[in-house]
Design a binder for this molecule. Structure first.
Ligand SMILES: Cc1cc2nc3c(=O)[nH]c(=O)nc-3n(C[C@H](O)[C@H](O)[C@H](O)COP(=O)(O)OP(=O)(O)OC[C@H]3O[C@@H](n4cnc5c(N)ncnc54)[C@H](O)[C@@H]3O)c2cc1C
Length: 464
C-alpha cells in the first residue's frame, strides 16, 4: 500500500469510546476520517469477549448515570439507547439481610431522595445528620481545585464510621475506583452534586443490557454510515510530521497521511508514540513527569451461573464486604427463567485480588455472596469465571488535574483524546466521549462544537 492510497483529512488512532466519539463527530462534520484500531474489535476497555472454556460472552459490567449527557447523546444517535435498562432506585443490603432503598420521592431536588434516606435502616440518626451536613457542602457545586483528598474531607466534616462504610464508600469507591486517599474531593463532590442532588433524572442508573462489544457496535456502525473508514488490527507504530505539515502514521506496513491526527489511545501508548516527536529535553522531561502521575486502578469481577435466580433483584450494593455490587445480568438481559441465572460480582479498587489466584478469589467471593443470598447455597452453581482488569481506570488522585493534558497539543494538527485527558470527568465512558468530542472540536476550530449541554437542575437546585 502506498501513502497515496491512505490519504485522509483526519486519522483517529484508537477505537475505544473516545476514538469512536471523535471519529463520528468529525465525519458528521464533513471530514474524511480513517479510524485505526490495534485490536480486532472496537470499544477499548469497554469490551466483551467469547470465553472459550465457559462458552459465554463475558465483560465487566459498565454502568452510566443520567448526567452522562454526551454518551447518551451518542447512544441516541446510534439508535442504541433502548439497550440501556434504567433504574430509579438503589438497594443497599447488609450482611444481616437488612435492606435500605434510596429512591426519588415527591420532594423537589435536592431533597428528592430524602424520604427514603431518612427511612434507611443502614444508617442511624447521627450517621444521617453527618451525611446531610456533608451533602449540603456539595449543593452549590464542588471544589474547582483538586488538591484535597476525600479521606481528609471525611475527617474534616466529621463523618461517622458507619456513614463512611454504608454511604460514602459504596458510592465513591464504586464511581472513582480507588480508596479515599487516592480520590480528590473535587471528583467525589462532582458525583454527589451531579448525580445525587441536581435532579432525579441526572441520578438514574443505566445498565447496558447487552455484552459491551455488542452494546457499542451500533456506534461503530454509525461511524461507518457517517463515512468513517474503520480499520481493525491496525495498531499505529510510529507517528511523524512531514515537511508540508501533514502527519504520517505507520501501521501494519502501511503509511497513512492526514492533515490532522487524534491520538485516542490509553496514556501509556500515547506517551510512547509522542516520545519520538521533536521536543526539547525540558518538554520531554515534563511529559515524562506528567505521565507517571497516572496510576491505573484495578477492577475484578466474578461471574456465576446458577440453575435459578438466587438474588431476586437486578442489582444491589452490598455493605461491609469486598464485593461492592452485584448485577443479575440474566434479569437485566431478560433471560427466560428456564435459562437459569447469571450473576456478576464487582470488586472495585481490587489491589488485593490482583495478588490472589482465581480459586482464592472465587472461594472468598462465593462465601460472602452466600452470606448475603443464602438461596445460592441451595441452587446448582453451573459454572464460574473470574476477570481481572489490572488497568481498568486511572485514579483521580489529588493534584492530578494539572497533569491531564489538553486535547490540543503543542504540535499543530496533533490532538489527544482518551478518558485521561483534561475533561473535568473521572475515568469513565462519559469522560471518554467528552474527550473525543473536545478533540474533534479542536480539529474543527471550535472546542465546544460537538458537546451536548448538561442536564438542567430541577427543583430548588435551580437556585444554585
Ligand atoms: C472493568 C472495568 C469497569 C469499568 N466500569 C465503568 C463503568 O461502570 N462506567 C464507566 O463509565 N466506565 C467504566 N470503566 C471505564 C471505561 O471503560 C473507560 O473510561 C473508557 O472505556 C475509556 O475509553 P477510552 O477510549 O478513553 O480508552 P480505551 O478504552 O483504553 O481505548 C483506547 C483504544 O486505543 C487502542 N490503541 C492503543 N494503542 C493503539 C495504537 N498504537 N494504535 C491503534 N490503537 C491503539 C486500544 O486498543 C483501545 O481500543 C470501566 C473500565 C473497566 C476496565
Amino acid at each position: 500500500m502506498t501513502a497515496q492510497n491512505n490519504n485522509a483529512d483526519v486519522i483517529v488512532a484508537g477505537a475505544g469510546v473516545a476514538g469512536l466519539a471523535a471519529a463520528v463527530a468529525l465525519s458528521q462534520a464533513g471530514a474524511r476520517v480513517t479510524l485505526l484500531e490495534r485490536r480486532p474489535y472496537i470499544g477499548g476497555r469497554a469490551y466483551s469477549y467469547e470465553h472459550p472454556a465457559l462458552e459465554e460472552t463475558i465483560d465487566s459490567q459498565h454502568v452510566v448515570v443520567g448526567c452522562c449527557t454526551n454518551l447518551l447523546d451518542l447512544a441516541r444517535q446510534a439508535q442504541m439507547a433502548e439497550t440501556i435498562r434504567w433504574y430509579d432506585e438503589l438497594t443497599f443490603i447488609e450482611a444481616n439481610g437488612n435492606r435500605s432503598l434510596l429512591k426519588p420521592g415527591m420532594l423537589p431536588a435536592p431533597m428528592h431522595q430524602s424520604l427514603s434516606f431518612l427511612k434507611a435502616p443502614m444508617l442511624n440518626l447521627a450517621d444521617k445528620a453527618a451525611i446531610a451536613s456533608g451533602l449540603l457542602r456539595f449543593l452549590r457545586g464542588y471544589p474547582h481545585n483538586d488538591a484535597e483528598s476525600f479521606a481528609s474531607w471525611l475527617k474534616r466534616t466529621g463523618q461517622t464510621e458507619r456513614a463512611i462504610k454504608h454511604f460514602w464508600e459504596p458510592v465513591v469507591v464504586g464511581a472513582l475506583n480507588d480508596n479515599f486517599e487516592h480520590c480528590s474531593v473535587k471528583y467525589a463532590g462532582k458525583v454527589f452534586n451531579e448525580s445525587f442532588l441536581r435532579s432525579p433524572q441526572a441520578g438514574r442508573l443505566g445498565i447496558p443490557a447487552a455484552p459491551l462489544t455488542e452494546f457499542f457496535s451500533p456506534i461503530a456502525a454509525l461511524a461507518e454510515r457517517s463515512g468513517v473508514e474503520v480499520r481493525l488490527k491496525s495498531g499505529v507504530e510510529a507517528i511523524s510530521q512531514n515537511t508540508d505539515g501533514r502527519w504520517s502514521l505507520r501501521s501494519n506496513g502501511a503509511e497513512y497521511v492526514a492533515d490532522s491526527v487524534v491520538l485516542a489511545t490509553d496514556f501509556r501508548q500515547a506517551q510512547s508514540l509522542l516520545s519520538t516527536l521533536p521536543s526539547t529535553e525540558e518538554e520531554k522531561r515534563q511529559r515524562q513527569a506528567a505521565f507517571v502521575r497516572f496510576i491505573p486502578s484495578p477492577i475484578t469481577t466474578i461471574h456465576l451461573w446458577y440453575d435459578r435466580d438466587v438474588v431476586g433483584l437486578d442489582h444491589a450494593v452490598l455493605l461491609d464486604t469486598r464485593i461492592q455490587w452485584v448485577f443479575t445480568k440474566s434479569r437485566i438481559r431478560r433471560w427466560p427463567v428456564e435459562r437459569g441465572s447469571y450473576q456478576e460480582l464487582v470488586i472495585s479498587a481490587s489491589w488485593q485480588e490482583l495478588e490472589m489466584g482465581r480459586e482464592e478469589i472465587l472461594s472468598s467471593a462465593l462465601r460472602e455472596f452466600e452470606n448475603f443470598f443464602p438461596a445460592a447455597r441451595e441452587a446448582k452453581l453451573v459454572k464460574t469465571g473470574v476477570l481481572k482488569e489490572a488497568r481498568a481506570t486511572f485514579s483521580v488522585a489529588p493534584g492530578l488535574d494539572r497533569f491531564r493534558p489538553q486535547q490540543k497539543t503543542q504540535w499543530p494538527g496533533l490532538y489527544l483524546a482518551g478518558d485521561w485527558t483534561a475533561t473535568e470527568w473521572p475515568s469513565t465512558m462519559e469522560g471518554a466521549v467528552r474527550s473525543g468530542r473536545l478533540a474533534a472540536g479542536e480539529v474543527a476550530g471550535s472546542r465546544q462544537r460537538f458537546m451536548t449541554p448538561e442536564l438542567p437542575a430541577t427543583g430548588f437546585m435551580k437556585l444554585f
